[in-house]
Design a protein around this ligand. Structure first.
Ligand code: W6P
Length: 421
């Protein structure tokens, strides 16, 4: 019907990539006028990105498109598309926006007298900002917050479909079309959620009269300091994020194996080394690598071992990249098994990773891996997508019989644009 025609129409428009630098151009404390630019951009861009995904979800190989889980996800994308295209343009505001006068003035929340004058002095003087615009922006944030929440279960729902595919097709070969679809699909999802998350965080930091308690961000994840623009930290401290990832991964490992002490992790990183990045993305990738290394080491030596060889993290600062190497002595992986690491059809829980211990003729310890150490087994391919999203990469080099080195390259050149599938 009409919605599907509209989706196909929007899918013919090219997606517009954004660079990390562009995402920070709104400034630490954006005005409502500046936020309106973001609203206007996303109101156009998000339906285009969603439409591309719907069209692709309709034409997947192996009858994947007909699967219940895939159809469910496609319908979420279509619903979100529809809500976005129905969202009014600013030059065509329906009456309910006009009528929300003083109600929307944030300085009114405490019952204080409306302070319109003070309010306007913080606005971009080139734009005629009024309460309509504040209400309009707010209403858009409500919409995209709902959309973001609707799509939370996408990864687990698609994983269910892939599991079904695996059950019918078997594990015998890696299906390149499915693999590249999932890489494109999840890369796109990272981009959409980055833009939505950034817009919501920025909106929580909009400029308000100084001294107002409302000038503080309301949502967590946003730092109150000046180092943050939305969810991007201009001075992401690598040693600090790495140490948090180490602590969390070791804790999970101790919990999972009932260890008194997980293998040690030695961090070699200048304490003041920082760059522009999204700290949660960096934490996510390091946490994932460390979980894999810890598991390999504990599985190789056994949870009752007297001691474990440490995991080493070396951070190198180059002109182009900051590279983080995570080295373990967990026995490594057979070279033939390396491609499997990056596939979604194989989960780490039942194949390649435990294979390293098997190759050494050692017994498998404890129960086979499940959450929280393994999750869906999507950790490594998704981490590589996170790295690539901002122009970096993730590579694994293994010495079978000894251990594995993971190289996480992070681009310092924040002008690289989103890779949009
Ligand atoms: C292993 C397997 C693996 C995957 C990712 C990172 C580190 C490691 N170590 O043995």
């Amino acid at each position: 019907d009409a919605v599907w025609d509209k989706i196909r129409h929007f899918a013919r428009f090219p997606q517009t990539p954004v660079s990390l630098r562009q995402m920070t151009e709104f400034g630490t404390r954006p005005t409502h006028a500046v936020m309106l630019k973001g609203t206007t951009f996303l109101r156009e861009e998000l339906p285009i990105r969603l439409a591309h995904r719907v069209v692709e979800l309709e034409s997947l190989p192996h009858n994947l498109s007909k699967m219940e889980s895939v159809r469910k996800v496609r319908d979420w994308y279509a619903t979100s598309f529809q809500e976005l295209v129905e969202f009014p343009r600013i030059d065509n505001l329906p009456p309910e926006f006009k009528s929300r006068e003083r109600m929307t003035d944030p300085s009114n929340v405490n019952g204080a007298a409306p302070s319109c004058h003070r309010y306007y002095t913080y606005m971009d003087p080139s734009t005629q900002v009024n309460d309509d615009i504040v209400a309009y922006n707010r209403s858009f944030v409500d919409l995209i917050s709902n959309i973001k929440r609707r799509h939370d279960p996408v990864v687990s729902t698609i994983a269910q479909g892939i599991k079904e595919l695996k059950a019918t097709r078997g594990l015998d070969n890696i299906d390149a079309p499915v693999q590249s679809f999932l890489d494109r699909f999840y890369m796109s999802r990272i981009g959409i959620r980055m833009l939505i998350g950034q817009h919501i965080a920025l909106s929580n930091m909009t400029t308000l009269p100084s001294g107002s308690s409302l000038s503080m961000p309301k949502a967590s994840g946003a730092n109150t300091g000046n180092d943050y623009v939305g969810i991007i930290c201009l001075k992401t401290n690598i040693a600090q994020v790495a140490q948090e990832a180490i602590d969390n991964a070791r804790f999970i490992c101790e919990d999972h194996y009932a260890l008194f002490s997980a293998p040690q992790v030695q961090l070699y990183c200048p304490e003041d080394l920082h760059f522009m990045y999204v700290p949660s993305h960096l934490h996510h990738m390091l946490f994932e690598l460390l979980k894999n290394s810890l598991r390999a080491v504990v599985e190789r030596y056994g949870p009752d071992a007297d001691s474990f060889p440490p995991i080493n993290i070396v951070v190198a600062e180059g002109q182009e990249d900051i590279t983080i190497k995570v080295s373990d002595q967990g026995g490594g992986l057979p070279r033939s098994g390396m491609p499997l690491i990056w596939t979604y059809l194989y989960t780490t829980a039942n194949s390649a990773l435990t294979g390293s211990a098997e190759a050494l003729g050692q017994q498998q310890h404890v129960n086979d891996f499940k959450a929280p150490l393994a999750g869906y087994g999507y950790g490594l391919p998704l981490s590589r997508l996170y790295a690539r999203y901002f122009g970096g990469d993730l590579r694994l080099i293994s010495m079978e019989g000894y251990g594995t080195d993971a190289y996480l390259h992070l681009s310092r050149l924040s002008d690289s644009e989103e890779p949009l599938p």
